[in-house]
Design a protein around this ligand. Structure first.
Ligand SMILES: Nc1ncnc2c1ncn2[C@@H]1O[C@H](COP(=O)(O)OP(=O)(O)OP(=O)(O)O)[C@@H](O)[C@H]1O
Ligand SMILES: [Mg+2]
Length: 352
């Protein structure tokens, strides 16, 4: 995995999530980007489970379809990876020259990686010097298998993977782009939540860097599955009922009850994680929470989070920092990208 920005051609971002394959291309660089392409192709039920590929043919077909619709050929991309076989973590190291830092990263990584370092790819990004005279780094690690398996899918679809990056890092890159100078105050910490279909990224950002992350196994598909179970409908019907409601576009009472129940589970997981973070770091400086992901559209979620966290909660809008031509995207598309596209936009910020 390559971490440092080298100047070169813009890569196409590709994000294979539980609900869809998404690709995005940006023009521009150095904090001034404009959206040139975005395509999202929905996947059938259960195409991936965590980071295990269950329906490779469907995913490959979706990648081919996305590339065709975008008119991108060949697909030279930055691939997002996530799941239990990946780790993003801040480390405080003694410092030294590049080789010494690398040794320290590998030594430290070996202590905490939940998988064998021999079977993994480890990379790091130097954030800067810390108060103790050492250096802070963000380490990104992933089991080689995961990268290889996803890479094969892209290759099967005629594409080439130039960089693999962690989804959590891609989302954080968009957060940094959107927040800009507001992040200069080192005493303020922010919670970023990317609430997807199967996973919710929980990221604490403070003093110019990621300081804590967790991938929580909660997401919108839990609601979909409960609708399927209680109402005897299939996956697509349940997704429709959840998102568009009945023929008048209203969410029936039964659906609202299911949503409320599942959202309680989300909130208790988030509460547990934030309490763990606060008790282990004594950080009391959380100033706001930024949310993204399709499940941030669940009715009442922002208000509920605000009550839970006691801080301002708002939607992380990538279009505060990324421009687009109105003639190329409908309002509906822009809305969808604003919620569901943050990770893939972050991947598309990478250059070859
Ligand atoms: N208007 C809406 N109301 C409620 N839920 C919604 C709405 N729109 C989308 N969703 C839900 O958002 C989820 C998809 O969001 P997203 O695209 O962020 O997930 P993903 O990236 O595919 O999943 P993951 O990252 O977990 O693999 C689905 O569960 C979908 O049902
Ligand atoms: Mg996602």
């Amino acid at each position: 995995m390559q971490t440092f920005l080298l100047s070169g051609k813009n890569l196409v971002g590709i994000d294979i999530g539980l609900s869809a394959v998404k690709i995005a291309a940006l023009d521009g660089k150095n904090g001034s980007y404009s959206l040139s392409k975005y395509i999202q192709i929905n996947l059938p039920e259960g195409a991936i489970i965590e980071d295990e590929i269950q329906k490779p043919e469907d995913i490959t077909a979706a990648i081919v379809e996305a590339a065709n619709q975008a008119g991108i050929s060949p697909l030279v991309c930055c691939l997002g990876i996530s799941g239990p076989n990946t780790v993003a973590r801040k480390l405080q190291l003694a410092g030294g020259d590049a080789e010494e830092i690398e040794d320290q990263v590998l030594w430290e990584a070996e202590q905490y990686l939940p998988f064998d370092i021999e079977d993994s790819t480890v990379d790091y990004h130097l954030v800067g010097e810390n108060e103790g005279g050492g250096v802070d780094v963000i380490v990104a690690a992933a089991k080689k298998d995961v990268i290889v398996n996803f890479k094969e899918l892209i290759e099967e679809a005629g594409g080439v993977v130039k960089i693999a990056d962690l989804g959590i890092i891609a989302v954080t890159n968009v957060f940094e782009l959107v927040m800009g100078d507001k992040l200069n105050d080192p005493e303020k910490s922010y919670l970023i939540l990317d609430m997807g279909a199967q996973t919710t990224y929980f990221i604490i950002y403070k003093g110019g860097m990621i300081v804590f992350t967790k991938e929580m196994n909660v997401g919108g598909v839990m609601i979909t599955e409960e609708i399927q179970r209680q109402m005897g409908v299939n996956y697509n019907e349940a997704e429709d009922l959840k998102i568009t409601g009945d023929e008048n576009g209203n969410l029936p009472e039964e659906i609202l009850e299911i949503i409320d129940d599942v959202v309680e589970t989300f909130f208790s997981e988030i509460k547990k994680t934030i309490d763990f973070y606060i008790s282990s770091t004594s950080d009391e400086s959380l100033v706001s929470c930024l949310v993204t992901g399709g499940s941030a559209l669940i009715p009442g979620i922002l208000e509920g989070l605000e009550a839970l966290l006691g801080v301002d909660v708002s939607v992380l809008n990538p279009f505060d920092a990324i421009s687009y031509k109105e003639k190329n995207f409908s309002e509906e598309e822009i809305n969808q990208i604003a919620y569901q596209g943050v990770q893939v936009l972050g991947l598309a910020m990478r250059k070859n």
